[in-house]
Design a protein around this ligand. Structure first.
Ligand SMILES: [Zn+2]
Length: 240
């Protein structure tokens, strides 16, 4: 079955966006309004796992995937209560090699704390929340040698699965960079799906495109992004 890939939104941090050179932050107020917008349109944000399961049953036309990359501590403090207020779920992609660390991979600040073991377990146990792997340490996997690639992909899955006491089905490519070798490593490690940004010809269940949603995305911009998605994306074999 071939169809346009499902709509998956990409978020990172939710908090004060006064200093935000990488445009990874949305304010709580903006997220609140974006989730309200979704609900007003009869849509509901869910984890990617839930979205793909619904699509596989031929359902889920009213669902959109919500993803939060890097596992910032503000996910539990700020994003989670807003998601629950709007009856939405999400997938949180964390870095088991940087537990309780920060976004040290971004050369510019500001430094933002990442969740530790407790926070990740809390998120995983929350209604509608799925925890996936973002690799161990946030490196560009296309530049990693085979041993490092395997560790980042397979070891992060094992460590995370042990940490939350559940299967880990989702992987998210750091920086959205991927090639055939990296996608194969994700498949070989046993993941059911992979989240990318603009995977081009590699688009498929293991390389799902996502739409960046930022602080400036008001109702009009969200509507445009939602409508353009279907036109811009290549069909995916195996996803309905
Ligand atoms: Zn990231």
């Amino acid at each position: 079955m071939t169809a346009a890939p499902p709509w998956v939104a990409m978020y990172h941090s939710v908090g004060d966006c006064f200093e935000d050179p990488y445009r990874i932050t949305v304010s709580p107020d903006r997220l609140d309004r974006q989730l309200s917008w979704l609900r007003r349109r009869g849509l509901r944000g869910v984890s990617v796992g839930e979205l793909l399961a619904a699509r596989a049953r031929g359902e889920g036309r009213d669902l959109v995937g919500l993803t939060f990359d890097d596992g910032y501590a503000d996910f539990v403090e700020t994003a989670l209560p807003l998601l629950h207020r709007h009856d939405c779920g999400a997938t949180l992609f964390v870095l088991p090699g940087r537990l309780s660390g920060d976004n040290a991979w971004d050369p510019l600040g500001p430094r933002k704390p990442l969740l530790g073991k407790q926070g990740i377990r809390l998120a995983a146990a929350s209604e509608g929340i799925e925890v996936g792997s973002h690799g161990l340490t946030h490196i560009d996997l296309t530049r990693a040698d085979d041993a490092v690639l395997r560790a980042e992909v397979a070891e992060s899955r094992a460590v995370l699965s042990e940490l939350i006491g559940a299967r880990v089905d989702g992987f998210c490519y750091p920086y959205g960079t991927l090639d055939r070798r990296v996608v194969d490593a994700v498949r070989d490690a046993g993941y059911a799906y992979g989240c990318a940004i603009d995977p081009g010809p590699l688009t498929g269940p293991l390389a799902l495109p996502r739409v960046h949603i930022g602080e400036h995305d008001n109702a009009v911009r969200l509507l445009l992004k939602h409508k353009l998605h279907r036109l811009r994306r290549r069909p995916v074999v195996g996803i309905r």
